[in-house]
Design a protein around this ligand. Structure first.
Ligand code: ADP
Ligand code: ZN
Ligand code: MG
Length: 511
């Protein structure tokens, strides 16, 4: 028997509005003391009237559109009743039968092995707006405290179809969703900070050798609640796949849907009291909030949707000649992607103005663009990236402007700077943001163009290392590299390694 996992996610994303969902309180920020950002509305005093936050509705509609959903022409809020200390009204204002968005999808790419498909289209069942609950703080002793700063913060809940077939797919989806939220500017979607929270639903089903479903298409699921990091999501799902597969193999598959919690210290899921599941929320329409008419807003926002991560990656590959993996790495950080965009606009302008490229064919031009693409990716991601990590800075805080970085790339592309000297120039650029040509000239790092001087250094080197020269001549060819290194060193890194190598070969053969 073979089994395959069936997984669906329920995700809460905190919306980055200035004020709460139904009152004027500032949305919480960890810098303030508990219970500072509260008012009679978000504390659930009797007789108060909630007013819908328009920005939250806009953000919700934007997310719905980005997930290819149909935006409801008519939507409304409902009361979801339950009794718990983090919910002062004893109901949460949420949406039940008329959510703002339904029936969408998101395409994800699944790299590498371990998965039998390279892309997947994950159906979005619905997305609705609601308010967050307050935060319970367990003291460790007998007491539990409640901080109402978070209570009433706008959330969008996104429910997917059970379309994932591995824990990896679920993780990739969540990461893409986080990126979309950031591109839309509607949430920082930081899981560690609780901006993005996930419940994962999982069941197993029997499949045959060809992957065809044998028996029931869907079986009773287990819901793992409150996963607050990508790692927890993946680990919890992996754990459930193993646990449930064992139950199937023992002939005792789960017979009813259950709820479990993730125990991060023991790396296991634990059964939660099933009483909670039987909760009857007695949904009914929120009488204090008029229904929403969303058609006009949806029409307006379709036109304002920014370029989303997937489209941007595709464009970076085709326009800038970047490799798919580099384009992904760059587009994962919107600030870095903006920087790269600016760098290429400078570089392509430079390229098109080169006299030798006038009236060349499109294909030649594209090859040149691709070369520049590789050069930028290499210098930006590995070299500059490494220097920034060492210094604990990133593209937002570094001093190098896109213009100066583009100029730097042209110096490398035209071989005015070799790699060793290039690294030194880049490091100096990070110090004070100076332009690379100046740094290069100030430090005498430009390529040694004076062939007479270089020839002299080559001669001196051969004289200084007679033993190595003799071994080279006796057949130890790897010593050529050593001698090149010695010339480079004598030139303080300014010699061109290619020319040095040729000169050395000529001299060594002449001797
Ligand atoms: P519930 O009635 O428990 O809320 P829903 O049908 O609303 O269940 O689905 C909640 C989530 O569980 C969705 O993300 C959905 O994709 C997922 N889901 C539903 N059925 C299954 C199943 N048999 N196995 C795994 N996930 C499922
Ligand atoms: Zn309030
Ligand atoms: Mg449900």
């Amino acid at each position: 028997m073979m089994y395959e996992p069936v997984i669906g996610l329920e995700i809460h994303v905190q919306l980055k509005t200035k004020t709460k969902m139904f009152c004027g309180c500032p949305t919480h920020d960890s810098a303030v003391a508990p219970n500072e950002h509260v008012c009679p509305i978000c504390l659930g005093h009797p007789g108060v009237l909630p007013v819908v936050n328009e920005t939250a509705v806009r953000y919700g509609v934007l997310m719905g559109l980005a997930l290819n959903c149909t935006i409801a022409e008519h939507s409304k809020f409902d009361r979801k009743n339950y009794f718990y200390p983090d919910l002062p009204k004893a109901y949460q204002i949420s949406q039940y039968d008329l959510p703002i968005a339904v029936k969408g999808y998101l395409e994800i790419e699944i790299p590498g092995s371990g998965s039998d498909r390279s892309t997947a289209r994950i159906g979005i069942t619905r997305a609705h707006l609601e308010e967050d609950a307050a935060k319970n703080l367990h003291s460790g002793g007998a007491a539990t405290y409640v901080d109402f700063n978070r209570g009433g913060t706008p959330l969008i809940e996104i429910v997917t179809e059970p379309d994932f077939r591995s824990s990896q797919e679920a993780k990739i989806f969540l990461q893409e969703l986080r990126l979309i939220a950031r591109y839309l500017g509607i949430s920082d979607a930081d899981m560690e900070k609780g901006h993005l929270r996930c419940d994962a639903n999982i069941s197993m089903r029997v499949i045959d050798e060809q992957g065809g479903i044998v028996g029931a298409r869907f079986n009773p699921k287990t819901e793992v609640k409150n996963l607050n990091s990508f790692k927890h999501v993946q680990n919890a799902l992996e754990y459930e796949i193993k646990r449930q597969t064992k139950l199937w193999e023992a002939g005792t598959p789960p017979m009813e849907s259950t709820t479990r919690g993730w125990n991060d210290t023991q790396n296991i899921t634990e059964e939660q009291r099933s009483k909670e599941e039987a909760a009857d929320y007695r949904y009914f329409p929120e009488p204090d909030i008029p229904p929403l008419a969303l058609k006009e807003l949806a029409d307006e926002l379709v036109g304002k949707l920014p370029e989303l991560p997937a489209a941007r990656r595709t464009r970076f590959i085709s326009e800038y000649g970047l490799k798919a993996s580099d384009a992904r790495q760059i587009c994962d950080d919107p600030a870095l992607a903006d920087f790269v965009e600016h760098v290429f606009s400078e570089l392509h302008a430079w390229l098109l103005a080169l006299p030798e490229l006038q009236e060349t064919e499109e294909t030649v031009l594209n090859r040149e663009k691709e070369k520049l693409g590789r050069l930028v990716a290499g210098w930006l991601l590995s070299k500059l990236g490494g220097l920034m990590v060492e210094r604990g800075i990133d593209v937002r805080t570094m001093k190098i402007s896109a213009e100066n970085f583009a100029e730097f790339i042209t110096l490398i592309a035209t071989k005015k700077l070799n790699n060793t000297a290039g690294l030194e120039v880049l490091d100096a650029m990070l110090d004070d943001g100076n332009d690379p040509t100046h740094i290069m000239e100030d430090r005498g790092l430009g390529r040694m163009d004076d062939e007479g001087a270089l020839a002299e250094l080559v001669k001196q080197t051969i004289e200084s290392y007679p033993a190595e020269v003799a071994r080279y001549k006796a057949g130890e060819e790897q010593l050529l590299q050593y001698l090149i290194g010695m010339v480079m060193k004598a030139s303080e890194g300014t010699a061109d390694p290619g020319i040095t190598k040729n000169m050395l070969l000529v001299e060594l053969n002449n001797e």
